[in-house]
Design a protein around this ligand. Sequence first.
Ligand code: SF4
Ligand code: SF4
Length: 312
Amino acid sequence: MDSSLEQQLLELYQFLESPPTENLCGSCRICCTASGLTRQNVTRLELAVLGEAGEDFARYAARERGADGDYVFPVCPNLGPEGCRVYTIRPFSCRVFGHYRAGGTRLPSECVFVGKDREFPAADYYRVVPGALRLRELSRDFQLRTVPQRGTSNGGESESGVGLNLEDPWDRALEQVGRGELPDLPAESEGESLFAAYVRALVAGERGQHPEALRFYTRVVDACPERHDLMTFAGFHAFQLGLLDQAEGFWLRSLRLFSGNPLTFSFLGYLFSHRQEWQMAADFFGAAFELEPGQPVHRQRRDEALSKVAQA
Ligand code: SF4
Ligand code: SF4
């Protein structure tokens, strides 16, 4: 648990405990059961902080059901005879439960907080619930470190609590880019989140502002060393600026992490064509074609490069 985002989450948890409060809620534990609380959001960052205890908890929080239709975990797997076994690192939703309640939802009738909780319109969640925005920011940055699987978006984590919040300028911008629009972004400020840098990189890329796109992608990939997909984009903008060695560096790093992206191979093909190193160009276009045989331009480029080799 040495990463700074995980450390920052622990600091947030500490802030929520401060000044230290007793667990006033008593012992009914109904909110630690799948039927007592039918929905629970938890982010991947919080699961990472839970470590091994997070594995079953994720399934519990998702209210996973077995083939018989019953909950796989009817009771939170972290609940022991003495209460919560992960109390000091329990997720955010466990911490705010009972104190805050979205309009239209109900606390269990046995809950000691009934009548003492603060009801808020669901849309005001991030404004009302202390720490919610900070959790969101940390969790989004954590999510950014993970390479998205095919068919999922870069920004969405709705299944685990960090979905788009259209009141947030960065989420709104991301959504606009997804719709093919070019949003106006807030002026750059000190200490912006990684997610803000990611959105700035995307928007600058869409606008063809290569120096900005390269600067922001570089910041993101430096912090997210697994994001081979973003390295490919960083390389693209370096290439556009004529920084061929830098582009090559990004693309080779990307390929070392993942050798299944035809775009990276094809970019390297262009780079070596530019250097007139035709055999290398042919090899990279050939690799792109193998990965994407339905894309005739790879074959065409490979054959052009091979004919240059033959002429040499
Ligand atoms: S993690 Fe702890 S507080 Fe949260 S639901 Fe489980 S037992 Fe209850
Ligand atoms: S349902 Fe209410 S009283 Fe019961 S454990 Fe949860 S917060 Fe406490």
